[in-house]
Ligand binder design. Structure first.
Ligand SMILES: [Fe+2]
Length: 307
């Protein structure tokens, strides 16, 4: 039985039990408790089925003295395809990206939730639509390697090879601890793509090698924002990252609920940190992992206006 089915059953059982309880309490002349129960049901339905589908465009100006003209960079992270989001969601999101007319598209990994769910190939292939809009570069994230915790526990997959192949076949460049030079509007930009931070074998020094001698704008792409706190990132101008999902569920006045096991302070999840060196742009992502819930934290496509 797929996780999605288990999840739907859990939702349904919870809602039916809550409704029965509300009816019993109403019959016993309770007033406040049934209202609380109805609100909890509405909140669950909203955060399970409405907000996760409600894509937001988040525009962010980023200042640099390294560009003469504004460059528009779309950033998308944490698709987490299957069981809840797939090809149709991807196509809807890509149509929104096309409207933004970005010069460059960067993705920050976590394409899958679990790799043992079927049919993710079509979802990944749908992302080829991005490469038709603008040059598209990505790195992989912990879920793409099957790593759930920083100590590499739950290493259950080798599917990163398959993911890489499908993405590359679809026109998307997958960066694994490597640099790429792109020219946009006549300006050179260096992309430094870090492979998954929680892997035991990784080469961040190789990713940033020689950057101290390059004066062009240097953008690091990493699934985890944590790389931006390491010395190896000191010569980058900006790191775009995902992973935190902005806490996924946020409460007004309280902030992020989910814990991403990151060096980033929880208050900074999903934020742009212009005063950090390098600057950090952390996307709240477009998909969900763990509980399929989002609240006060809509899935986003970010559009960085860098000048
Ligand atoms: Fe993620």
């Amino acid at each position: 039985m797929y996780l999605a089915t288990i999840y739907e059953i859990f939702f349904l059982v919870y809602i039916i039990m809550a409704l029965i309880l509300a009816v019993i309490l109403i019959k016993r002349k309770h007033k406040i408790a049934p209202i609380i129960i109805f609100l909890s049901i509405a909140g669950l339905i909203y955060s399970g089925y409405i907000e996760p589908q409600w894509i937001k465009i988040r525009e962010q100006k980023i200042e640099t003295n390294k560009l003469n003209e504004e460059v528009k960079v779309a950033v998308i992270g944490d698709w987490h395809f299957r069981p809840f989001k797939g090809e149709n969601f991807a196509k809807r999101a890509i149509a929104k990206v096309a409207e933004l007319k970005p010069d460059l598209i960067l993705m920050t990994g976590d394409f899958l939730f679990f790799d043992d769910l079927p049919d993710f190939e079509n979802d990944l292939r749908a992302l080829g639509g991005l490469a038709k809009i603008a040059p598209t570069y990505t790195v992989l994230g912990n879920h793409d390697y099957g790593i759930v915790f920083p100590d590499e526990s739950f290493l259950y997959t080798d599917s990163h090879r398959e993911i890489t192949k499908i993405l590359e076949d679809s026109g998307i460049h997958v960066l694994s601890d490597e640099q790429k030079k792109v020219t946009i509007k006549g300006e050179e930009i260096i992309l430094a793509g870090f492979d998954e931070y929680w892997r035991k074998v990784r080469y961040p020094e190789k990713t940033t090698k020689g950057l101290d001698k390059i004066s062009a704008l240097k953008i690091g792409i990493s699934h985890h924002p944590d790389i931006a706190f390491e010395k190896v990132a000191e010569n980058l101008d900006l790191v775009v990252a995902g992973h935190t999902h902005g806490g996924q569920v946020r409460l007004p006045l309280i902030g992020a609920i989910g814990d991403a096991e990151s060096l980033m302070a929880k208050d900074d999840y999903g934020k742009y940190l212009p005063n950090h060196q390098p600057q950090i742009f952390n996307t709240v992502g477009i998909g969900e992992s763990g509980p399929h819930l989002r609240f006060w934290n809509r899935p986003e496509i970010a559009l960085l206006r860098i000048k």
